[in-house]
Design a protein around this ligand. Structure first.
Ligand SMILES: NC(=O)c1ccc[n+]([C@@H]2O[C@H](COP(=O)([O-])OP(=O)(O)OC[C@H]3O[C@@H](n4cnc5c(N)ncnc54)[C@H](OP(=O)(O)O)[C@@H]3O)[C@@H](O)[C@H]2O)c1
Length: 290
């Protein structure tokens, strides 16, 4: 079926994730409410924030003041990356609920795998409990390498044994990584695909650092669209959930106009490079001890 702005992915948790997200990293706290309201008014239904972005309150205010039903909006936050622990993750869920004023969080991610094995297991356990308590609907991780993901599977099995059986270890629904044609991360994407885990792509337009690349410019000219639209369409057609960020009204509109053209399979393949060029941090390469 053709993709639309209303398209969703059914998560392992059973909940629906809107295929296009809206990022708010570096969106100032005092403009977050207006920016998120603009995005919601123009069709976005999926907001990606984090405790570290210090704008959860503005996101919550926009969601609560929107005429849209709460159930039609998907709100993500993240447990801060440093020194993960059970207590910190549990406390962060409470803080995010308080900051946003929401009575549940659609998705809580562990922002990055720092904190050692026991810290990661503890943080995951706190999120599993938050789901059981109805505070969070789906859970996942961000910036985990394949070695961290394998360890998480082990932790889930251990928690099942410790907490009384199947399902008690929690369900991994979503992973979030920097992904674009200069960092396709096919090893991680394949790991997730094999397990039905939805993959979100952050910095999907490479933070504006790759404008003018001939391959993208040519495809943009062919379809009469912007380079950003080509990169976002690439992400969607790779089966990813892109999370473009903008505080600029015109760009917010344009970045959601992705459904009037379609890249060919050859174009999707040809745009992808063999580079490994992050423009953000890269915790996926950290060790299990970090
Ligand atoms: N989990 C993680 O560790 C992690 C890390 C990074 C990002 N993220 C998430 O992913 C989201 C997106 O990533 P990102 O913010 O790094 O990068 P991005 O979305 O690739 O790029 C955002 C930058 O591009 C500009 N821009 C947006 N649309 C444009 C357009 N159509 N034409 C030209 N420039 C445009 C924005 O400027 P203006 O805002 O000034 O318009 C901003 O400077 C974040 O906001 C966050 O929610 C998660």
């Amino acid at each position: 079926m053709a993709l639309t702005l209303e398209s969703t992915i059914k998560l392992n948790s059973g909940h629906e994730l809107p295929r296009l997200g809206f990022g708010v990293w570096q969106t100032p706290a005092d403009t977050a409410k207006d920016v998120v309201t603009d995005a919601l008014t123009n069709g976005y239904r999926h907001i990606d924030s984090a405790a570290a972005y210090k704008n959860e309150a503005g996101c919550g205010a926009a969601i609560l003041s929107s005429p849209l039903p709460r159930s039609s909006i998907f709100f993500t936050s993240k447990v801060p990356a440093r020194n993960l622990s059970y207590e910190k993750a549990r406390d962060q869920v409470a803080t995010t609920l308080k900051e946003t004023g929401l009575d549940y969080i659609d998705l809580m991610l562990i922002h990055a795998p720092y904190g050692g094995s026991a810290g990661r297991k503890g943080a995951w356990k706190a999120l599993v409990e938050a789901v059981e308590e109805g505070k969070v609907r789906s859970i996942g991780v961000s910036n985990y390498g394949v070695h961290h993901l394998d360890e998480l599977e082990k932790h889930i099995a251990e928690l099942e044994a410790e907490r009384g059986g199947k399902g008690k270890g929690g369900v991994l629904s979503v992973g979030q990584w920097e992904i674009h044609p200069w960092l396709p991360r096919n090893d991680i994407v394949d790991w997730c695909k094999a397990r039905g885990v939805a993959v979100e792509a952050y910095s999907p337009i490479v933070r504006g650092e790759r404008w003018g690349e001939k391959a993208v410019v040519d495809v943009a000219a062919k379809y009469g669209v912007t380079e950003a639209q080509v990169l976002l369409r690439w992400s969607l057609q790779k089966g990813l959930v892109p999370l473009p960020k903008s505080v600029t009204h015109e760009r917010i509109l344009k970045n959601a106009e992705l459904y009037g053209f379609e890249l060919t399979e050859e174009e999707v393949k040809a745009l992808e490079t063999e580079e490994y060029s992050p423009v953000c941090w890269d915790p996926t390469v950290s060790t299990l001890e970090d």
